[in-house]
Ligand binder design. Structure first.
Ligand code: NAI
Length: 688
């Protein structure tokens, strides 16, 4: 039974019970109606609502959001609940619809430390069962505006200070039962309370914050409209408006995309549990290379309690590595994340050594040395000799063939790629690279480590650049094609920022260094590659102009005082390249730039999926969202592909291919799915 009722004299205890966290779906709503009917019929003096197990109710069932809503609807149930003498005994987490149930009660008593919140905007919707109208009537416009538009969680103690809960008690059910009759009799239901005082300044401030934090997203702004309206409309009208907006947003593309991401993240977490072997408990780690990545990785591993030794080449490099680590610990103090003492202890904990003689018998070693196959192979040989044969050996290579790095090591089944993103202790994404030889135990352990590091882990097969960097390479290539045909880097960047990307592709290159991508192109000898349209612009930026990005103060942009400006000589260089290629330059508008760039990402994603490099289309989305600044509310490139429609995309690519057959051809998987009328979501669903 999803809802239990227990009558005790003139009291009715209603318990929500859909394990593990009492999510509210159709069955719960039906159960609640029956419970209220029964309580009404018995004429009880008091209703206490609580949750079974460790949760009150963690929200509405998001699986129902893709179908039309079925009666009984939660808002109607809560309107009825509000007229009854009810107390919410918040024994555990109360989110979304769960908190809205509590808000419709006359009083709320919470257990210490429980988490509360109205996180609807993070799923692209607004609270749909009274949250935007009842919360401001309890705490005023300013607090309600902030809580609802940010969707953040808060504790019972914060809720008590704000006036959302009336009391905190270790046994909220007992406290609700024991509450004197008079205490309850005096409390008005929300509908009988005066409307909150309008506060246009607080609304404007929250709007500005949401405009920055959730750029491009509708739901936070709509939520603020509704909170503002609570000061003007009688409760029934405010509730009706809220419901209409909720249903409207729920059907919209942003909510669909955010739900897609929500489920994709859950599927990625579940992947870690699907291995037949349990993960190994990793206690000691060796990190080789203490540069940008190695220092960040060592710091992150230390942060989850591993004993870390960092290997560098010589005393000077070791001193630089110590300085890199020191900076990370100091930053934690500056940001208020660690005390100076804890930070000093941390610095002392990580041993920086030069050479492999005195290494501990580590459970795992992660290599983050220069992106050079020969150097990486040497490191693997040294680790192989210095560590037990069972130690997991991982490389953080961005592009190289991991099989070649592992070749010659004993027991290659314990070797894999762990591709962290910069800064390694901050970025949520980890690509786990499975080589042909990698064992399930090694993979399970890598997923276990990722979970401890609180990272989103995605499994990828071996290819140049794995999932993320392979798509990035293609995206940049197509942007460069647009440069030579008539666009300029700052136009491309502005178009992609308008799409919602965290940064434009050329600004990103300036940040990471044009020499890095240059070295990578040299390695692949792209100038002479068959079947690829060679665009010389980026190579000439390095070779002719020596513009390497931020590190030289000059890249695609010039960096000085104030905002970056278009780089001197960059436009002339691009125009010269067009002339040499016999191209008459033409104007590109933002929409065309976006469409081509996005189509390039989708095209490459489809190939990655078809080749089995990614297991699911949704994994590709997670990589782009968590590693490359793709806007979460668009759900990722593969989610966009389904939204656009696969037949439309096939035709679009076919048109591109007519004009530029070296850059474009219809991916076979796209052709197949479009013909069969299937979507990428269908494909993921079938794959489980
Ligand atoms: P970096 O140049 O900042 O650091 C490399 C470090 O390795 C230096 O401290 C160097 O002294 C050390 N080193 C070189 N040879 C060594 C050896 N034989 N033994 C011990 N230490 C040695 O480079 P970064 O950026 O940290 O990159 C390292 C690896 O991580 C590369 O494979 C790179 O492709 C990959 N990577 C880099 C990302 C980035 O955004 N920087 C992102 C993801 C992966």
């Amino acid at each position: 039974m999803p809802v239990h009722t227990l009558f005790q004299g003139s009291l009715c205890l209603i318990t929500l019970d859909t394990p593990p966290v009492n999510v509210i779906g159709l069955e719960t709503r039906v159960g609640l109606v029956e419970a209220l009917d029964a309580a009404d019929a018995a004429g009880v003096q008091r209703i206490v609502i609580t949750g079974a197990g460790s949760a009150f109710a963690a929200g509405s069932d998001t699986r129902e959001f893709d179908s039309p809503p079925l009666a009984p609807h939660l808002p109607d149930i809560l309107n009825r609940l509000e007229r009854l003498p009810s107390i919410a005994a918040i024994n555990g987490v109360a989110l979304g619809g769960g908190l809205e149930i509590a808000l419709a009660c006359r009083m709320r008593i919470a257990a210490p430390g429980v988490a509360l919140g109205l996180p609807e905007v993070t799923l692209g919707v607004v609270p749909g069962a009274g949250g935007t109208q009842r919360l401001p009537r309890l705490v005023g416009i300013a607090s309600a505006a902030a809580l609802i538009s940010e969707g953040r969680r808060f504790t019972a103690e914060e809720a008590l200070r704000m006036g959302i809960v009336d009391a905190i008690d270790a046994d909220p059910v007992a406290a609700a039962k024991a509450l004197p009759e008079a205490a309850l009799a005096d409390v008005l239901p929300a509908s009988a309370r005066p409307a909150p005082v309008a506060d246009p300044e607080a609304i404007a401030a929250a709007r500005a914050r949401a405009g920055k934090r959730a750029k491009g997203q509708f739901a936070p702004q709509v939520a603020l409209d509704l909170v503002a309206a609570s000061a003007e409309l009688p409760l029934p009208e405010g509730l009706a408006r809220e419901r209409a907006q909720f249903l409207n947003l729920r059907r919209g593309p942003q909510a669909r995309a955010l739900r897609h991401v929500f489920f994709a993240e859950r599927a990625a977490l579940a992947r870690a549990k699907r291995f037949s072997v349990p993960p190994r408990d990793l206690k000691t780690a060796v990190v080789v290379g203490g540069g940008t990545m190695g220092a960040g990785i060592a710091y992150a591993l230390d942060g989850i309690g591993l004993a870390v030794t960092l290997v560098e080449t010589g005393t000077e490099a070791a001193a630089r590595a110590e300085a890199n680590l020191g900076k990370l610990f100091d930053d934690a103090v500056k940001r208020g994340k660690a005390s100076p003492e804890a930070s000093a202890q941390g610095k002392a904990r990580i041993a920086v050594v030069t050479g492999y003689d005195a290494l501990p018998a580590a459970d795992i070693a992660i290599e983050a040395v220069f992106e050079d196959l020969a150097v990486k192979r040497e490191v693997f040989a040294a680790l192989d000799a210095a560590l037990p044969e069972t130690a997991i050996l991982a490389t953080n290579t961005s592009y190289l063939d991991v099989n070649e790095i592992f070749a010659g090591t004993r027991a290659p089944e314990r070797c894999l790629g762990l591709h962290f993103f910069s800064p390694a202790h901050v970025m949520k994404l980890l690509e786990i690279i499975r080589a042909g030889t990698t064992s399930d135990e090694t993979l399970a352990s890598a997923f276990g480590l990722a979970a401890k590091l609180r990272k989103i882990a995605v499994e990828a097969g071996v290819c140049d650049g794995f999932i993320g960097n392979r798509i990035l390479t293609r995206y940049r290539q197509i942007c460069d094609v647009m440069l030579i045909e008539g666009a300029l880097p700052w136009q491309v960047d502005a178009a992609m920022l308008g799409f919602g990307m965290a940064m434009g592709p050329y600004a990103v290159q300036d940040l990471s260094g044009l020499d890095i991508a240059y070295a990578n192109r040299q390695r692949k000898n792209l100038r002479n590659a068959q079947g690829l349209r060679y665009i010389p612009v980026a190579d000439r930026m390095v070779e002719d102009l020596g513009r390497l990005g931020h590190k030289t103060g000059a890249g695609w942009y010039d960096y000085g005082e104030g905002a970056p400006t278009p780089g001197a000589g960059v436009q002339a260089l691009i125009e010269a390249a067009s002339r040499e290629a016999g191209i008459t330059r033409r104007a590109f508008d933002a929409e065309e730039i976006r469409q081509r760039a996005l189509t390039a990402m989708i095209d490459e994603g489809l190939r990655i999926l078809d080749e089995g490099i990614a297991r699911r289309a949704a994994d590709i989305d997670l990589v782009l969202l968590h590693g490359y600044g793709f806007p979460r509310w668009r759900g990722g490139p593969m989610c966009e592909a389904d939204r656009i429609g696969l037949p439309v995309l096939r035709d679009r690519i076919a048109t591109y291919a007519k004009a530029d057959p070296l850059s474009w051809s219809v991916p076979p998987l796209l052709q197949r799915l479009a013909e069969e009328g299937r979507s990428l979501a269908d494909l993921d669903h079938e794959g489980g």
